[in-house]
Each structure stands twice: as C-alpha cells, then as structure tokens.
Design a protein around this ligand. Structure first.
Ligand SMILES: NC(=O)C1=CN([C@@H]2O[C@H](COP(=O)(O)OP(=O)(O)OC[C@H]3O[C@@H](n4cnc5c(N)ncnc54)[C@H](OP(=O)(O)O)[C@@H]3O)[C@@H](O)[C@H]2O)C=CC1
Ligand SMILES: O=C(O)CCCC(=O)O
Length: 495
C-alpha cells in the first residue's frame, strides 16, 4: 500500500507533495471541487487526488500569464537568469524528494528518476545562462540612408502539454527556454503524472518566478485544455511532447490562428549493429537504449538490426546480460526495470509480441507479464523479426527488443529509413568511413554512434519527418520561444 501519507513520509520536504493547482501564482482547488486520481503503477494504489481544472480555469491562467508576461520580459536578461538559477539550485537541492515523487507516480527506478530530475534541472541551468546571450544582428543597409537592425523578442505566452514518461524533464526542457526568453508559461501535465509538475511549481514559486508567469494546470480534460491552448488568442506558442497522433490534432487546431508550434513526437528508433562493432559495447548500448524507462521513451531503440555474421552472438550476449537484471518496484533498492505505466501499455506490448509470433518470429526470452503482477512485464527478446511485423512501423513503448537480421550496409540503411518517423537512430561500427557514410545516410534528427544514450541539455533534441517540428535544448532551443524583428531605420542627412 502506498498512499499520500506513506509518500509524504518518504520526503524530507513533504510540502513538495500537493494536489492543488498552481494557477496564476495561487495554489487552488478546482472551483467545482472536482478531483482526479493519481495511481502508483507498481502497486496500483491511489496515491492522491489532484485538482481537476475546467477549461474556464485554464483560460484564467492564460489571462494571468498574458498580463504578467510583459513585466517579466521587461526585466533584464541577467535578472531572469538569476531567478532561473535559483530554481535550478532548488531542483538540485530537492533532487531526492523529486525523484521519489516521480517514481511513485510513474514507476521508473529511483536512480533513473533522480537522473531525470538532474537532467530536467540541467535545462533550467543551461537556459538561465543562454538568457543573457539572446543576441541580435546589424545588417549593412540596402541604401545610403538605411540602417538595419535585427532584434529577437519573446513570443508571448507559451502553452505546454507534456507526457507521463518524463514527468519532470519534459516540462523543464520547455519552461527553461521559454522563461529565459521572457515568455510566460502555462503547462498541462499528463493526467497520469501531475505530481512532479506540481512539485516543480512549488519550487518555481520559492525561486521567485513572479505570479502568473508559470502555472501548472492539472486537468483530466486533455482535449478541452488542448483546444483552449490552441484557440485562445492570448497563447502565442504551443509546445508539445507526446504521440504523433495528438501532435497532428494540435497542429490542426492551431492552424486557424497560425500559432507557432514545436512538436516532439513519436519515434521508431533503429539500432544497427554492424559486424565490425565491439559487441559487448553494443549490448550495453542496446540495454541502456532499449530498456531505459522500461522501453517507454521516444528515443528508445524500437528495431534492432544486426548484421548476419554477428547476429547469433549478439542475441546470446543480450539475453545473458538481461538475465542478470531485475524487475521490481522502482522505490525498492536494486530494481533495474519498473512496471509499465498502465495496463494499456502492457496490452500494446502483448499485441506486438503476438503479431510477431503469428508472422514467424521466435520469442527467445520473456514474452509475458511478469509474475509480480499488475503492469510488470518481462524483458523480452524476439529473433527473426521482419519488416511486416507491427513493431517495424509502430512504437512499442515497452521492454521488447526485436532483432532483425541484415546482410549489407545499404540494406541496413534502407531498412532503418523505412518509416514515417525520424527522431533518434543508433549504430555500432568501427570503420571510420562506414561511420561517416551511415551517419550521413540516416534520415533522423539524432544519430548515436557507438552509444545508446544521446540525451543532454547541450545538444539539439528533435526529429525530422513525422517525429516533429523544432528542437529542444542546446543554443538552438531558445529560438523556439523568440520572434525575430527587423527594424529599418532611415537616417536623414544633416540639415
Ligand atoms: N514522444 C514521446 O515522448 C511520447 C510518445 N508517446 C507515444 O504515444 C503513445 C501513446 O501514449 P499517450 O500517453 O497516450 O500519448 P499522448 O500523445 O496521448 O499523450 C501525451 C500528452 O497529450 C495529452 N493529450 C492526449 N490527447 C490530447 C488532445 N486531444 N489534446 C491535447 N492533449 C492531449 C495527454 O494527456 P492525458 O494523458 O492526460 O490524456 C498527455 O498529456 C505511446 O505508446 C508512445 O508511442 C507517448 C508519450 C510520450
Ligand atoms: O520520450 C521522450 O519524449 C523524452 C525523451 C527523454 C530524453 O530526452 O532522453
């Protein structure tokens, strides 16, 4: 049993745990008194009740953000940077508590949860620094009396919709650059994981982010809030992480007002092992890449292509390594893989396994629900995977590693690119010419070479094709929250 009291008892600062919305600088219940449940995926217990805001309350937060934004933007960049720096420090000081809250509502092992909190905080730190480097430009005039200046200004109110798989970092990766640029920011977190978002609000409040500039708006009405964000003229920017399907809905809804959108959508990452790769490294990389967050990450390997000469050896080593890893409650010491987020996620993994079996693949490891019950699932390896199987075209979002066999480099590249998605891709090889050729040929926003982990605040994260629009993190990430203005000055000659 894990309820609110138990979870609060695990925290050094129980005030981080709240079910009230952070609306326009005030902590509030829903006016209707409605709440929705947040559950712990490992035990299925109801952890807490959280304020279930209406669309009208979300509109009120947008009004407040709109009113507060101008004064926030008018502060010096250094001043905004100092407030963000304070927020970063508080996030790091409370890393353990934030990790416990995250694991309790999302399920990932504590070490991973704390890693996510530090990763999330790194975006606030990075963009606190970048706030001071929003430079403009001076362009030589096109006529003797003309001077041309380019300035970059905050876009206005940014509205974010974020997923359950990274309940902390997907918010900070958007809020950091938005606030640094001088935007106000409202976020509706996934209804499965609002507690991490609300804890971020508690610390934003303590850090001195002004009232209204940052709001956290839990609501069970995802489509109603999505419509409000897209249709409210006071919102200038939509920033979303989630499925390609919902991304399409938000883009359609944003079209009437030509709203600026950043979309970080689904992936279907190929992970290619060439026969000149270091196989032990490739196995470690595959485990980190495929099984992180129990496979519920948009940059997780979804299809593992292994060259024929090393196929059997790779499959054996992968199984041997996985056999030493443990599935369990993320709050317990020594857990490598937590539960899946819910039973729908389990059913999707099962459907992909059944489809592969029907089409001739062999399940050589796992393949079934774990005897811990609930949404725990066995780490699974499937051999004999082929392009007609469901996981070749759809994200599994679970602990299923399908191994495809290929013969030539050309074939591997064609198979890897045979998808509507283009977020992350990975390959292991040592021949320098091959590394260069393959890096250039993969149609993806991100390529990991001899590594299964590519996430960092200093590099641009984002996809091509139907994996999204825009980039998050790095020096480019702040551009998503800025508009460029060209000022043409006519200078009269002396009278
Ligand atoms: N790129 C990524 O990081 C992610 C990819 N996915 C992919 O999507 C699949 C489904 O996962 P799921 O969680 O359902 O992803 P969704 O895209 O449905 O959810 C992501 C966020 O969008 C919200 N949302 C859902 N429908 C709407 C809508 N009509 N308008 C506005 N917001 C909406 C959700 O809210 P709520 O859940 O509260 O309804 C959540 O906050 C996964 O299996 C995976 O393949 C999922 C999550 C992240
Ligand atoms: O699944 C996602 O959308 C977030 C990826 C986490 C990361 O940045 O690595």
């Amino acid at each position: 049993m894990l309820d609110r009291t138990d979870l609060a008892a695990l925290l050094r600062d129980p005030d981080l745990l709240t079910g009230r919305a952070y609306l326009a600088g005030d902590w509030a219940d829903a006016a209707s008194g409605q709440t929705f449940e947040v559950r712990n995926p490992a035990r299925g217990d109801v952890l807490m009740q959280v304020a279930d805001l209406s669309r009208a309350e979300v509109a009120r937060a947008i009004d407040a953000a709109h009113d507060a934004q101008k004064a926030w933007a008018a502060r010096t960049a250094k001043d905004r940077a100092q407030v963000l720096r304070r927020w970063f420090e508080l996030l790091m000081e409370h890393r353990e508590d934030l990790g416990r809250i995250l694991t309790a509502e999302q399920g990932k092992p504590l070490a991973e949860a704390e890693g996510e909190v530090a990763y999330g905080a790194s975006f606030v730190e990075w963009f606190a620094e970048e706030a001071k480097r929003v430079y403009g430009d001076t362009i030589p005039g096109h006529a003797p009396d003309k001077r041309i200046q380019v300035i970059r200004q905050p876009i206005g109110v940014a509205a974010a919709i974020t997923p359950w798989n990274f309940p902390n970092a997907m918010i900070t990766r958007k809020a950091g650059p938005a606030l640094a640029a001088g935007c106000a920011f409202v976020v509706r977190p996934a209804s499965l994981t609002p507690l991490s978002a609300l804890a971020l609000g508690v610390l934003a409040d303590r850090a001195g982010i002004p009232k209204g500039v940052f709001s956290v708006l839990p609501s069970s009405d995802s489509s109603g809030v999505g419509q409000e964000f897209c249709e409210n003229p006071k919102v200038a920017k939509i920033t979303f992480t989630g499925s390609t399907e919902v991304g399409r809905i938000l883009l359609r809804q944003s079209a009437d007002q030509i709203k600026k959108c950043s979309m970080e959508l689904g992936g279907n990452a190929p992970f290619i092992v060439f026969d000149d790769a270091d196989l032990d490294d490739a196995v470690e990389g595959a485990i980190a890449c495929k099984f992180r967050n129990a496979g519920q990450t948009c940059v997780c390997a979804n299809r593992i292509y292994v060259q024929a000469g090393v196929y059997n050896a790779f499959a054996d080593k992968l199984q041997a390594r996985l056999a030493r890893m443990s599935v369990g409650d993320g709050l317990e010491e020594g857990t490598d893989f937590g539960p899946l987020i819910d039973m729908a996620a389990v059913e999707k993994v099962e459907a992909h396994i059944a489809d592969a079996r029907d089409k001739g693949a062999e399940v050589v490891m796992g393949g079934a629900r774990h005897d811990k019950g609930g949404s725990f699932f066995q780490p699974t390896v499937v051999t004999g995977a082929t392009q007609d199987m469901a996981f070749a075209t759809e994200e599994t979002f679970g602990p299923l590693a399908p191994l495809f066999r290929f013969d030539t480099e050309e074939e591997a590249i064609a198979l890897a690119n045979d998808t509507i998605f283009g977020l992350a891709s990975y390959f292991y090889a040592n021949d320098l010419s091959r590394v260069t050729r393959v890096s250039e040929a993969l149609e993806y926003g991100i390529v990991g070479v001899n590594t299964g982990l590519i996430s960092t605040e200093v590099a641009p994260f984002g996809g091509v094709k139907q994996s999204g629009l825009g980039r998050e993190g790095s020096r480019y990430g702040i551009d998503e929250f800025l508009e460029m203005k060209y000022v043409c000055l006519s200078v009269k000659p002396e009278a």
